[in-house]
Each structure stands twice: as structure tokens, then as C-alpha cells.
Design a protein around this ligand. Structure first.
Ligand code: C2E
Ligand code: MG
Ligand code: MG
Ligand code: MG
Length: 292
């Protein structure tokens, strides 16, 4: 009896695994087609200076709308792309697209100081990456500081010499280098000091319920202190409420990003947002609603 049960469970687990694998197969080939047909898009989420509410930059986030499969979120397709080896193509595409967009904004008189692009761990094992970025910047006639590369803690954990050298070369070009989702992975503080980072982004899980969670506040305050003393810009992501914003202002975090200011926006919607007055206009409206 027990054996049979065991086998039943085993078979069930296998079935689920097959479904996941099939999902990957379907998504993987759909992704290949969509990428080839230019059906991926970048949306841009504003990043705002805490004390002045000026736009400090935008983060580029991939969006995929498939005619039959609908909207597929990056949490699902980036993992597929990493497994199927398509992430390199996505990275090259997003770097290129972000550069093209920032040049267009410059021409249209929309001032976006920097654009941040997310890259996965595999990119940094490719020694050709810094040269590729340098060429892109040159082709678009962009100052390197206009581009920030966001890495995750999995990149930090990659102890290979190649990765460290690639990161250093990107930094030497003059691009920003940001540690994304800080506090969720396994990175040690010593790694933080060894890498040539210009910025850390405190993960939004610390900012959820931040108003009511004094432990999260304590950790955030400590990370802001460490980051500032290491000369890095400290960004908090996932800022959703006015209370969170006010608290983060008191804690002297440098830059904020979150739905409070704007969701990731299509390029033309970002332009609209800027033209309507950006974050100061958003906050004025909230304060007016509060007062009246
Ligand atoms: P991330 O780089 O940490 O990006 C921030 C994520 O938080 C985005 O989710 C954004 O929409 C979301 N977010 C921003 N503000 C708020 C907020 O106030 N509240 C909440 N609940 N969420 C907020 P998204 O766009 O779904 O992307 C998820 C992750 O997928 C990204 O996390 C990034 O790791 C990855 N990703 C997205 N685009 C790319 C890409 O082109 N390449 C690579 N390698 N990864 C990407
Ligand atoms: Mg990011
Ligand atoms: Mg993040
Ligand atoms: Mg995140």
C-alpha cells in the first residue's frame, strides 16, 4: 500500500515537472519569435530624488505582450530566457533600446538623466560585455553616466575573476553600477565593499508595511548609513504610500522609486508624466486631497 502511495506521489511530482518543462518549451519558442519580431517593449519607471522630488533617472523594465498568450510578466519569462539561453539576446536588445530611447528623449526635450537596465548574471561572464556597452554609447553619442547597469546579488555571489573584471571595466567606462534587490540574497557586506558599485537599491520587501514595522525601519536605516558611507547612492524601491515617503525622507535615503510616483510607463506615458510636472505634481495632488 505504502509503496503504491509513494509511487503515486512520485508520478504526480513527475507530471508537474513535465508541465513546467512544457511551459518552458512553449514560452521559450514564443519568446524567440517575439524577440525576432520586435514584440518586446521597454517600460520606464521614474526614480525620484527624495529631498527635491526631481527625476534622477528611470529603470527600464521589459514587457512582453503575446498575441495569443497575452501579457507575460518578466518574473516568468526572464527565468525562461535564462534557461533557454535567450537572456543574452534580451540584454543586448534592452541596452540598445534604452540608448535609442534616451537619445529620443534628449531630442524631444524630455530630460531623463539616466536609464537603468537590468542584466542577469550570465552577461557578466561574457568578457565582451564592456566593449559592447562602450560601442553602444559611442554609436549613440551618449555620456557613459547616462547608463546604469543593475545587477542582482546572484552576480555578487559569482566569484569568478571574469565577473569581477567585467564589472570593473563597466565601472571604468563611467557607467553606474547598481546592486538591485539588496537584502534578499546572500551577499556579504565584504563583497559589497569589494565591488565597484555606485548604488544600492534596498529591496521592496523592506518597504512593504514599512510604516508599521520598526524592524524593517531599523534595517533600512542601517543600510542607508552603510551605503552613504561607502559613497553610494541609496535607492528604495516599492514606495507606495505618502507615509513611506515621509519616513524615508527622514531617514535620508537618496532616491525613491515606486507606485506612489508612477508605475513602469510606456515611453509616451513617461513623457506625459514629465510634462504634467512629474513627482512634485503627484505629491502636491496628494497633499491637496489631504488638506481638502
Ligand atoms: P526589479 O529589477 O527589482 O524591478 C522592480 C520591480 O518592482 C518591477 O517589476 C516593478 O514593476 C515593480 N515595482 C516597482 N514599484 C513598485 C511598487 O511600488 N510596488 C510593487 N508591488 N511593485 C513595484 P517587473 O517589471 O514585474 O519586473 C520584475 C523583475 O524582473 C525585475 O525586478 C527584474 O529583476 C526582472 N526584469 C525585468 N525586466 C528585465 C530585463 O529586461 N532583463 C532582466 N535580466 N531582468 C528583468
Ligand atoms: Mg531592477
Ligand atoms: Mg529591484
Ligand atoms: Mg525586485
Amino acid at each position: 500500500q505504502a509503496k503504491e502511495d509513494g509511487r503515486g506521489i512520485f508520478r504526480f511530482a513527475n507530471l508537474e515537472k513535465n508541465q513546467v518543462a512544457q511551459d518552458r518549451l512553449v514560452l521559450g519558442s514564443a519568446l524567440r519569435d517575439s524577440l525576432a519580431q520586435g514584440m518586446l517593449q521597454l517600460h520606464y519607471q521614474p526614480q525620484v530624488r527624495t529631498h527635491t522630488l526631481e527625476l534622477s533617472g528611470v529603470e527600464a523594465l521589459s514587457r512582453w505582450h503575446h498575441p495569443h498568450l497575452g501579457n507575460i510578466f518578466p518574473s516568468r519569462f526572464i527565468a525562461v530566457a535564462e534557461e533557454t539561453g535567450q537572456i543574452e539576446a534580451i540584454g543586448r536588445w534592452s541596452l540598445q533600446e534604452a540608448c535609442r530611447q534616451i537619445v529620443k528623449w534628449d531630442r524631444d526635450g524630455i530630460h531623463v538623466p539616466t536609464v537603468a537596465v537590468n542584466l542577469s548574471a550570465v552577461h557578466f561572464r561574457n568578457r565582451a560585455l564592456p566593449e559592447h556597452i562602450a560601442t553602444l554609447l559611442k554609436d549613440h553619442d551618449l555620456k557613459p553616466a547616462r547608463l546604469t547597469v543593475e545587477i542582482t546579488e546572484s552576480v555578487m555571489m559569482d566569484n569568478s575573476r571574469d565577473t569581477e573584471e567585467v564589472l570593473q571595466s563597466i565601472r571604468n567606462l563611467g557607467c553606474g553600477l547598481s546592486m538591485d534587490d539588496f537584502g534578499t540574497g546572500y551577499s556579504s557586506l565584504s563583497r559589497l565593499t569589494r565591488l565597484p558599485l555606485t548604488e544600492i537599491k534596498i529591496d521592496r520587501s523592506f518597504i512593504n508595511d514599512f510604516e508599521y514595522d520598526t524592524n524593517a525601519q531599523a534595517v533600512t536605516m542601517a543600510v542607508i548609513g552603510i551605503g552613504s558611507r561607502l559613497g553610494m547612492t541609496v535607492v528604495t524601491e516599492g514606495v507606495e504610500t505618502e507615509q513611506q515617503r515621509e519616513l524615508l525622507e527622514k531617514l535620508n535615503c537618496d532616491v525613491m522609486q515606486g507606485y506612489l510616483f508612477a508605475k513602469p510607463l510606456a515611453p509616451q506615458d513617461l513623457e506625459q508624466w514629465v510634462r504634467k510636472g512629474g513627482a512634485p505634481a503627484v505629491i502636491r495632488e496628494i497633499e491637496a486631497a489631504r488638506a481638502g
